[in-house]
Design a protein around this ligand. Structure first.
Ligand code: TR5
Length: 141
């Protein structure tokens, strides 16, 4: 009877669990994260771009037809941790996101960085979300 559950129920349940994940996740608990294992190829991911400084891969729980993440290979836990000395890598990440998004999403897209609990961050390895492929709403939830 699985197919009889209306899709909206699943969406609501998913959103709740993402918020729950963010509530229990913390910078201190996550010395290394799942993203370190994706970088080291211990765990497979759908990688769409890689160089010596950054990695981009499709989000395993896409919130839009196109939803991928761009992350630095060096471990920066969150936007709050970014220092003046990280200027180059931050510029790299944003420009990489732009290049990958422009190719895939000529009609527009959105970059998101969730920071901390109320920002709904669940993985404490800095990442830029790139979302698009449908009309996005505003404000976000
Ligand atoms: O909530 P924040 O901003 O911290 O975003 C974390 C994102 O990582 C979410 O959108 C998750 O869906 C995504 N995520 C989590 C895992 C994962 C992933 N994307 C790709 N591959 C993943 N693997 C293999 N494992 C995860 N736990």
């Amino acid at each position: 009877h699985k197919h009889l559950i209306p899709p909206a129920v699943n969406i609501v349940r998913y959103k709740t669990s993402e918020v729950e994940k963010a509530q229990t996740a913390s910078k201190d608990k996550q010395q290394t994260t799942i993203f370190d294992k994706i970088i080291s190829k211990e765990i497979p991911a759908d990688i769409i771009y890689e160089d010596d400084k950054c990695l981009a891969f499709n989000d395993v729980n896409p919130q839009a037809p196109v939803h991928f993440l761009v992350i630095p290979k060096q471990r920066i836990p969150m936007l709050d941790s970014v220092k003046d000395s990280d200027k180059d890598i931050m510029a790299e990440l944003v420009l990489r996101a732009q290049k990958l998004a422009k190719e895939r999403l000529p009609n527009g897209y959105r970059l998101v960085i969730n920071n901390g609990k109320q920002g709904c961050q669940s993985v404490y390895h800095l990442h830029i979300h790139i979302l698009g492929g449908r009309q996005l709403g505003w404000p976000p939830g």
